[in-house]
Design a protein around this ligand. Structure first.
Ligand SMILES: Nc1ncnc2c1ncn2[C@@H]1O[C@H](COP(=O)(O)OP(=O)(O)OP(=O)(O)O)[C@@H](O)[C@H]1O
Ligand SMILES: [Mg+2]
Length: 422
């Protein structure tokens, strides 16, 4: 086939696209390893480099090319895909056969006159990862993705056509992404990997990075900006397992109880968590898709049973009227409206109490979803550079919030008295 004799000149393409790779990016573009693994700090230019690789692959002269850009959620997949669409619209308009951002599908006429297709996919929806053989797959934010997605879905797609993969992420613990990275450091010729801190992107503002270094916990900075693989670096709550030695307990007469209530938003659960005066979690109720009236009755019944437990309620937004009905029903409730600041204070208190082992949680076999949520609750750095804590994308945090509210309701041990009595 004459078309395959033509080779794409990547440097020339990048010039056309107005892209001048920095030295770290250049190494990735030059590598011909079928598995490339790029583990770098935030804002290093990973997504930019990945988008350029996708376009270069799509323009390669071939009869047909099919490639996927995959991320843990649609939001993240859209970040890469949008970059592709903008580049194609600006510089490759004459090559576009079809471009539907809503379908996450870009079809281009490649340099050999053949048809190349790039599709954006989310690992949230594994069914959409079935099917076709691929010439390439690019995975962004890979460390946040479950290992099964790579092992069971994506590697299969690459078999038929002997396709290549570019797997990129900011490190996050030592899971499957770390294993791939390590393979790239070994003498396996099929794998190449790179690890760079954010500051090797010359386009990044050094003063901003230094400010972040001062502001962030050291282990968080080392992971997010240093690009280091450290176990538990982004973990907000340490010692969760060590605290998980307790069991559910029936109410005891005369005991004082403290509760936290996180009300369901659209997709998640309402969780009620109750502590006794020894800071042991004695009761948790978790439910969703109940109408508000039923929820109020159910919560009222539980706090009643536990000696009219004193309760802190996330009263933000839609929570406000529920909080009011709980109060009308005679619940011993106080509101805790969420702002960035009040939420940070809430989580800081929980983190301190867990770290000092002041809380006793039910054993993991009794409360698997709670222990799992607490362990995966993590710090992350947003696009605007702020550090937030929260559940990894796609996961829930309602048990964490309910527990945090109950923990704040009673307060840490050395405080002497429950915070609410102050
Ligand atoms: N070669 C380059 N030339 C000019 N600007 C660049 C280059 N590479 C990256 N940038 C800029 O650096 C910033 C970070 O790039 P990008 O979003 O690709 O990084 P990232 O590593 O994917 O970041 P995140 O961790 O936030 O996902 C962007 O503003 C991007 O435009
Ligand atoms: Mg990115």
């Amino acid at each position: 086939m004459p078309a395959t004799k033509l080779r794409l000149d990547k440097d020339a393409l990048f010039e056309t696209l107005g892209y001048e790779p920095h030295p770290g990016q250049l190494e990735v573009h030059r590598s011909t390893a079928p598995r490339r693994v790029l583990a770098c700090g935030v804002r290093w230019g990973k997504t930019r480099a990945a988008a350029m690789e996708a376009l270069a692959a799509a323009l390669e002269p071939r009869d047909r090319t099919m490639g996927w850009v995959v991320a843990p959620t649609y939001d993240l997949a859209d970040k890469v895909f949008r970059e592709l669409v903008v580049l194609a619209a600006e510089h490759l308009r004459h090559r576009i056969i079809s471009m539907k951002e809503s379908e996450r599908r870009l079809v281009l006429r490649n340099l050999g006159g053949g048809v190349s297709e790039i599709r954006g996919k989310s690992a949230d929806n594994p069914v959409s990862l079935l099917g076709e053989g691929l010439d390439f797959v690019i995975i962004d934010e890979a460390a946040r993705m479950k290992p099964a997605i790579w092992e069971s879905h994506l590697t299969q797609r690459l078999l038929d056509k002997n396709g290549w993969a570019l797997v990129i992420s900011t490190p996050r613990g030592k899971g499957w992404f770390y294993d791939l990275f390590r393979r790239g450091q070994s003498d396996d010729p099929a794998y190449a990997s790179w690890n760079h801190p954010s500051w090797t992107n010359p386009h990044l503002n050094r003063a901003m990075i230094d400010a972040e270094r001062g502001r962030l916990p050291e282990r968080v900075f080392a992971q997010e900006y240093g690009g280091q693989f450290t176990e538990g670096a982004g973990q907000v709550l340490r010692n969760v397992r060590e605290c998980a030695t307790g069991e559910w307990k029936e109410p005891v007469e005369g005991e004082a109880y403290y509760a936290g209530l996180d009300l369901a938003k659209v997709e998640d659960y309402t969780v009620l968590c109750i502590l006794n005066s020894k800071r042991e979690v004695v009761f948790v109720d978790r439910f969703h898709r109940l109408d508000w009236g039923l929820q109020v009755t159910r919560i009222r019944a539980a706090t009643d049973r536990y000696n009219n437990a004193r309760m802190l309620v996330d009263s933000t937004g839609a929570g406000e009227p529920i909080y009011e009905s709980l109060e009308r029903e005679g619940c011993n409730a106080d509101p805790y409206p969420f702002t960035a600041k009040s939420k940070a204070a809430l989580i800081d208190n929980l983190s301190l109490m867990v770290e000092k082992r002041q809380l006793t949680l039910p054993r993991a076999d009794l409360w698997p979803e709670g222990i799992d949520e607490l362990e995966s609750f993590q710090y992350s750095v947003s696009d605007s550079g702020n550090v937030k804590s929260g559940a990894p994308s796609g996961a829930h945090d309602d048990c964490v919030i309910a527990l945090a509210l109950a923990a704040l309701c009673i307060g840490p041990e050395d405080f002497g008295c429950p915070l609410l009595l102050l």
